[in-house]
Design a protein around this ligand. Structure first.
Ligand code: NDP
Length: 289
């Protein structure tokens, strides 16, 4: 364990990370573009570095929690020499190619880059119950694993490719954002009928919990290329999504999202999959539109 760490970027995530390190007795140095966001942490004993260069030079282990990877280059402009010898753990989210480019950039400067993909909102930071993807040099990961577990719970090391943790994170976001949008859609529809978000919350939560059995059922069949329409047929899905679109339209709420789902279902049926399982949509999605 390092017992001494720098945290760069103090949005809600970076603040929670710095606070968790303080809770565990680490000496914590922080830097943020807007310095006032460090006030509460400084009051608790953190040190605010005057510049990104000072923040880098203070510790070997440097946690980055910025809005994206581009912000790292902006923040470190003029401080590049201080990257040498540092282990930068980049917990900012971005696309895999940018993580790979950042790893090359850091290596050229004589530092080490670990990519992280955090699957928790700020309140989960510091909890052992959350899980975080990591990828990059195994040696650096092994050396700092205990330090990383302080902030991001169970660490899930995916391999040396710096893009892998970013990819695993993005796979989760591909599911998360539309899944939440589906709930917002249901809330809008319920609201048009005087039903509140809280009233439908238990049903929504049961619905999402029930997704597990669908995923467990369909995953091995998809991997085997089996889209047999024995338990469901895409044509049934098209009819059901038409009901969803019409129910929303009749209530006067926005139908853009369910309409996009219906359009995809229809394209699958038009491609000849009407009698197949709706998992056959995967074959449609494997190709560009
Ligand atoms: P915020 O957008 O609140 O914070 C972003 C940080 O980036 C701030 O410190 C901000 O500085 C800094 N920043 C933005 N642009 C620049 C720039 N050009 N130069 C220097 N610094 C810059 O994000 P969060 O704390 O919520 O999230 C941080 C990362 O964690 C993001 O990549 C996010 O996707 C990821 N994440 C967030 C989760 C969440 O629930 N919040 C969950 C999982 C991952 P300033 O204070 O000056 O604006």
């Amino acid at each position: 364990m390092s017992q001494s760490v720098t945290v760069i970027g103090l949005g809600p995530m970076g603040q929670a990370m710095a606070a968790a390190y303080l809770d565990h007795g680490y000496e914590v140095t922080v830097w943020n573009r807007t310095p006032s966001r460090a006030d509460a942490l400084v009051a608790r004993g953190a040190t605010l570095a005057a510049t990104p260069e000072e923040a880098l030079r203070t510790n070997t282990l440097v946690i980055l929690s910025l809005i994206d990877y581009e912000s790292m280059y902006t923040a470190f402009e003029g401080a590049e020499q201080a990257v040498a010898g540092r282990v930068l753990v980049n917990l900012s989210s971005d696309v895999p190619q940018k993580a790979r480019a950042a790893a090359r950039w850091v290596a050229e400067l004589g530092g080490t880059h670990l990519t992280g993909g955090v699957l928790s909102p700020p309140p989960g930071i510091g909890s052992p119950d959350v899980s975080t993807f990591y990828s990059g040099p195994r040696e650096a990961y092994d050396k700092h694993r205990a330090d990383l577990e302080v902030i991001t719970g169970r660490t899930d090391y995916r391999g040396e490719d710096p893009g892998l943790a970013a990819l695993m994170y993005q796979l989760n976001m591909v599911i998360f954002w539309p899944a939440m949008l589906a709930y917002w859609q249901a809330v809008a529809l319920a609201g048009a009928h005087g039903i509140t978000a809280s009233q439908i919350a238990p049903y929504a939560a049961d619905n999402y919990a029930g997704m597990r059995q669908f995923i467990d059922f369909y995953a091995p069949r998809i991997d085997a290329g089996n889209h047999t329409g024995d338990v469901d047929r895409l044509s049934m899905g098209v009819a059901s999504m038409e009901h969803v679109v019409h129910t929303n339209a009749d209530a006067g709420v926005n139908i853009a999202f369910p309409q996009a789902v219906l359009d995809t279902f229809r394209r699958g049926a038009e491609a000849g999959h009407g009698a197949d399982s709706f998992s056959s949509l995967v074959e449609l999605l494997r190709k560009p539109a």
